[in-house]
Design a protein around this ligand. Structure first.
Ligand SMILES: *[C@@H]1O[C@H](CO)[C@@H](O)[C@H](O)[C@H]1NC(C)=O
Ligand SMILES: *[C@@H]1O[C@H](CO)[C@@H](O)[C@H](O)[C@H]1NC(C)=O
Ligand SMILES: *[C@@H]1O[C@H](CO)[C@@H](O)[C@H](O)[C@H]1NC(C)=O
Ligand SMILES: *[C@@H]1O[C@H](CO)[C@@H](O)[C@H](O)[C@H]1NC(C)=O
Ligand SMILES: *[C@@H]1O[C@H](CO)[C@@H](O)[C@H](O)[C@H]1NC(C)=O
Ligand SMILES: *[C@@H]1O[C@H](CO)[C@@H](O)[C@H](O)[C@H]1NC(C)=O
Ligand SMILES: *[C@@H]1O[C@H](CO)[C@@H](O)[C@H](O)[C@H]1NC(C)=O
Ligand SMILES: [Cu+2]
Length: 594
């Protein structure tokens, strides 16, 4: 009963929002009243009985949002109508900056690092004008995890959903926050975000446990002093991953050259929501806060049944929202950070010294150290296993299609490193993105564009990504655009083909999951979002080396479902001549350009 009210409201929301210029056809939104597996929507076990109409979100009612919408609402089906648009301007330009005391030629957003946090409410329209002031580079921003329902051309992926933004040109990205929680945005132009083009995203919404204060986003990233394109060029011809120089917590860290720890202030006696995000490049991130366990309430954009833990591990692209109860003695406490070690991709020179400080507001201790005691962080790079989505989904059993992950290192081509899916290393054409083909009615693609056609409407799609024996046994954080997916199984070795081994009863739902070293990842998503959606390893070096494919989902509906793909041709009209003038001989061979 509850969910049907919410569904109707969500429909009204989209149709009546005047600022959303891209008209979304009702067919796409109203989607699936008849799809049986979703109607379990709200779990009877997890559902709090009797939400009062018009209840409001507050410190003791975080499960409520605004009466019709609660933490039990299925975000695939409905979202509030706020009628509100939040706007931001982001200018991307080169700049020198010293996050950890070592100066680096970076690419900054509005002259700062990390870039400004985008904050909106669940159901808002978000409108962000991105201006490129880069010399001899394109750019484009991807809003990580945002579904882009009805706005595929706002996904920010050069060569697939847009032509890159040329120097001096602006693009306005407009999309609806159909989900809530924590995330980040980043350049999707080759490895460019590794030089600083990242920022946080907060979509305010309900939560599965109560808290008093929201501390915001705490981003973590491994950090290279050399320009990231230089590291990438070497990595394309190297045996083994590059060594990072440091890890930054909230954009700062100490080093032999100075720098400082990140300091987060806590209020004594209050519960604080903290949004952990791995905005990194190569390293997994383990994190704990001395004497303060985490109550975990969300994984990626999915609210989960709360669980308590002393530490968490995040692959690149993953997020956890945690609640910290500041009930200890006044003082400073260490945030401990580890990179996983072992087979996790990429060593880090400063791995042993990565810390942050959490200080109680009236602590008189200096803010550059703490004397708290904590746990020894676990190592390894496997995903957390306690993830139980709060809104329950049961998935019908079916056989996944296999995608084989291979690897080549060609001596004849100067030791060129390439990752392959079913024998193909992804390579896209920045001047001729997939959506331009779709707009022009051209359904012919180059083999290197690695297009997988998904034609069925509102059906489950099952895939198993299998590392084969040619693939070095390291893990990969797999990220899908345009969808959350359900993690049906993860393991080492070869998937046995045993359907009874799949977790179909409310499995973890998220947008980034680890393909274990030398192993497999079985996932499923619903074909409920017509568009061209990239699925790739989120380690920028690996996607640059081809580790990706694109799902062309319901291609006949893409133009109409995405507002006629407005703006796409304008972007390509400015990028084409820019590329021809500045890169007449194309790009470095081996870079997939994503
Ligand atoms: C982008 O800029 C980097 C750093 O200057 C340079 O190495 C790279 O060749 C440029 N590449 C493209 C494709 O724009
Ligand atoms: C991260 O740094 C920014 C800028 O200094 C600060 O406003 C914010 O509170 C910090 N976030 C956390 C969680 O410490
Ligand atoms: C402090 O908070 C934690 C987490 O909620 C709880 O487990 C612990 O019992 C609390 N300790 C005290 C002394 O209240
Ligand atoms: C650190 O040491 C000081 C002085 O010995 C003490 O007052 C303070 O409580 C200690 N802080 C913690 C977090 O243990
Ligand atoms: C610090 O401030 C909080 C209230 O903000 C108070 O409860 C606590 O007793 C204070 N601690 C000390 C040591 O003064
Ligand atoms: C593994 O993948 C590579 C690259 O895609 C391919 O050349 C090779 O044939 C594959 N091997 C097996 C056993 O599938
Ligand atoms: C269709 O697209 C493909 C791949 O992008 C391209 O090679 C081909 O020339 C296009 N065909 C036409 C008729 O434009
Ligand atoms: Cu990878």
């Amino acid at each position: 009963m509850f969910s049907s009210i919410a569904k109707a409201a969500g429909l009204v929301a989209l149709l009546s929002t005047p600022s959303l210029a891209v008209a979304l056809p009702a067919e796409v939104i109203a989607r699936t009243p008849d799809v049986p597996w979703k109607r379990t929507g709200v779990s009877d076990v997890h559902r709090r009985q009797g939400y009062p109409t018009g209840c409001t979100n507050g410190p003791t009612s975080r499960d409520c949002w605004d009466g019709d919408f609660t933490v039990s609402t299925d975000q695939d089906i409905s979202w509030p109508d706020t009628g509100k648009t939040v706007s931001y301007n982001l200018e991307i330009a080169p700049g020198k900056y010293s996050p950890d005391g070592v100066e680096k030629d970076m690419i900054l957003i509005n002259g700062q690092y990390p870039g400004p946090t985008i904050v909106a409410d669940w159901g808002d329209t978000i409108s962000i004008t991105v201006k490129s002031s880069l010399t001899l580079n394109g750019t484009g921003i991807h809003w990580h995890g945002l579904r882009q329902l009805g706005s595929n051309q706002m996904d920010g992926v050069g060569g697939i959903t847009e032509c890159p933004i040329a120097d001096g040109v602006s693009k306005t990205y407009t999309f609806k926050a159909t989900q809530y929680g924590s995330s980040w945005y980043h350049s999707h132009y080759s490895v460019q975000y590794g030089d600083g083009v990242v920022g946080g995203i907060i979509i305010n919404g309900p939560a599965t446990a109560n808290y008093d204060l929201d501390l915001g986003v705490l981003p973590f990233t491994d950090w290279f002093y050399a320009p990231i394109f230089t590291v990438n060029a070497a990595s394309l011809h190297a045996n083994g991953p590059p060594t990072a120089d440091n890890v930054l917590v909230n954009g700062t860290m100490t080093s032999a050259s100075g720098g400082q720890y990140s300091v987060t202030k806590l209020e004594h006696g209050k519960k604080h929501l903290l949004r952990l995000v791995n905005t990194g490049i190569n390293n997994w991130i383990h994190v704990s806060l001395d004497q303060h366990p985490f109550t975990v309430v969300s994984s990626d954009f999915t609210p989960i049944v709360p669980f308590v833990t002393d530490s968490l591990v995040l692959a690149v692209g993953q997020r956890y929202d945690v609640i910290i109860n500041a009930n200890q003695t006044e003082g400073n406490y260490w945030l401990r950070v580890g990179t996983g070690g072992g087979r996790c991709d990429g060593p880090n020179t400063n791995a042993a010294n990565i810390r942050g400080i959490f200080a109680y507001g009236n602590s008189t201790e200096p803010l550059d150290s703490a004397n708290s005691t904590g746990i020894t962080l676990p190592t390894g790079c496997d995903d957390e296993t306690n993830i139980v989505p709060f809104v329950k989904t049961d998935i019908p059993q079916d056989t996944p299609e296999e995608l084989t992950l291979g690897f080549t290192n060609t001596q004849a081509a100067g030791n060129l490193v390439q990752w392959l899916i079913d024998g193909v290393s992804l390579r896209v054409d920045l001047k001729d993105p997939t959506l331009l083909n779709v707009l022009n009615g051209n359904d012919t693609f180059e083999a290197t564009e690695n297009v997988y056609v998904v034609g069925e409407k509102n059906q489950w799609q099952y895939w198993v990504i299998q590392q084969n024996t040619s693939s070095p046994p390291i893990p990969h954080p797999i990220h899908l655009h345009g969808h959350d997916f359900y993690v049906l199984q993860q393991g080492t070795g070869e998937w046995a083909g045993d359907l009874s081994g799949l977790d179909l009863d409310n499995p973890p739902r998220r947008d980034t999951a680890t393909l274990p070293a030398g192993g497999f990842l079985v996932l499923a998503f619903e074909s409920d979002n017509p568009g061209a959606w990239l699925m790739h390893c989120h380690i920028p070096f690996h996607i640059s080396q081809g580790l990706g494919l694109q799902f062309l989902e319901r291609s006949d509906e893409i133009v109409s479902a995405n507002g006629g793909l407005s703006g796409l041709k304008d972007g390509c009209a400015t990028w084409g001549p820019y590329q021809d003038e500045n890169f007449p001989n194309g790009f470095t061979y081996g870079d997939s350009l994503l």
